[in-house]
Design a protein around this ligand. Structure first.
Ligand code: KG4
Ligand code: ZN
Length: 336
């Protein structure tokens, strides 16, 4: 795709990361991410604290993104932002900031869908997939298999009936006494564990459906039973427990993705969203290359919430002149 000459500032504030990025002619020049530490002690994201923290961080984060890119405000052709889905108060900070700055500079604004951006993050670096490809989008709020036929053609072919994969990681982490978010820590602790030591329920749902609530319950009952017999069970077996539950979640994800691949006869498989940072998911997917699949895994900085992916999506939208108006409102819910 030939990208029309443009320089865009992008802002992401949908959840608990304040991020800003600059893209010039399709090349991401900077991607600054400030993760909010304030939620750790609460065991989950507190929406009110998230909005307040975005408010504090947005100006310094944007300044740093421009500085790192070596771009001055007056060189910008447009400002992009995450319109949704996400926490409404958090989104509002990014959306309002972008509107105000664009108005002051007299340049257009571009509204971006957060989950589309996670998928289009695959077009930031090489190798890039060609169309159509299947993308497993796994984050704290979503678990979907998406058939991507073009930059703006997405079809959900499978989704979760209850919890998202990231939520399953976080809830299991919480049961183990890990701070929020449990996913990355559980992954780290699993490194030295035996993934085959403990077995957990495999959900029986439709062909391309996911369900994680049963997995979480069987994990809870297992921990309750074991700690009744040995109160130190968790501490003594932490690595094996983490590796086993991680294996359960990851194999569910991969099995379903392979089913979708067979059904739609598409062998280009990609992952996106926070859980795509998971080391077991990444390595098991990579192994599929030996079986003739083409696997696309984003760079770590583009897995978790980041404005680089918003900038990349905005660059495609700029090309098509898809701008939005100043009266646009953030969307807590927004289907793909
Ligand atoms: O995409 P994301 O940054 O935010 C949302 O849009 O939800 O995803 C965050 C989710 C959290 O549930 C977090 O625990 C999970 O991604 N996550 C991981 C890992 N890194 C982040 N889960 C498992 N293993 C990881 N390494
Ligand atoms: Zn996300």
């Amino acid at each position: 795709m030939i990208v029309q000459k443009n320089t865009i500032l992008a802002i992401e504030s949908s959840c608990d990361d304040t991020s800003a990025a600059v893209i010039r002619d399709g090349e991401v020049l900077s991607n600054v991410i400030e993760t909010q530490e304030v939620h750790k002690e609460w065991g989950g994201i507190v929406p009110e604290l998230a909005s307040r923290t975005h408010q504090q961080k947005i100006v310094p984060v944007v300044d740093l993104a421009l500085k790192k890119a070596g771009i001055s405000k007056t060189e910008l052709d447009a400002i992009a932002f995450t319109l949704g889905p996400g926490l409404i108060g958090s989104l509002m900070v990014g959306v309002s900031f972008a509107k105000g700055m664009a108005q002051a500079l007299d340049i257009p604004i571009i509204a971006v869908h957060h989950m589309q951006a996670h998928i289009l993050a695959h077009f930031i670096d090489e190798p890039k997939p060609s169309f159509p490809f299947l993308c497993l989008t796994v984050s704290g709020g979503h678990t979907q298999i998406v058939k991507v036929s073009d930059y703006d053609k997405f079809k959900i072919v499978g989704a979760t009936l209850d919890d998202a994969a990231g939520e399953a990681f976080d809830k299991c982490g919480k049961l183990l006494g890990l701070p929020y978010p449990g996913g990355p820590l559980l992954d780290k602790l699993a490194q030295t564990g035996d993934k085959n030591k403990y077995k957990f329920t495999e959900p029986s749902v439709g062909e391309l459906e996911f369900s994680f609530s049963g997995v979480k319950s069987s994990f809870l009952y297992f921990l309750q039973k074991e700690t009744k017999e040995n109160p130190n069970f968790i501490e003594e077996n932490m690595a094996d427990i983490c590796a086993s539950i991680q294996e359960r979640i990851v194999t569910i994800l991969i099995k379903k993705l392979l089913k979708a691949s067979k059904k739609y006869q598409i062998k280009q498989l990609a992952i996106a969203g926070g859980v795509s940072a998971n080391s077991a998911l990444r390595s098991q997917l990579k192994d599929l290359e030996k079986k003739g699949y083409e696997i696309f895994i984003p760079d770590f900085q583009y897995c978790l919430d980041n404005a680089g992916m918003i900038a990349q999506t905005a660059s495609f939208l700029y090309e098509k002149k898809v701008f939005t108006t100043q009266d646009v409102e953030p969307k807590a819910r927004w289907s793909l």
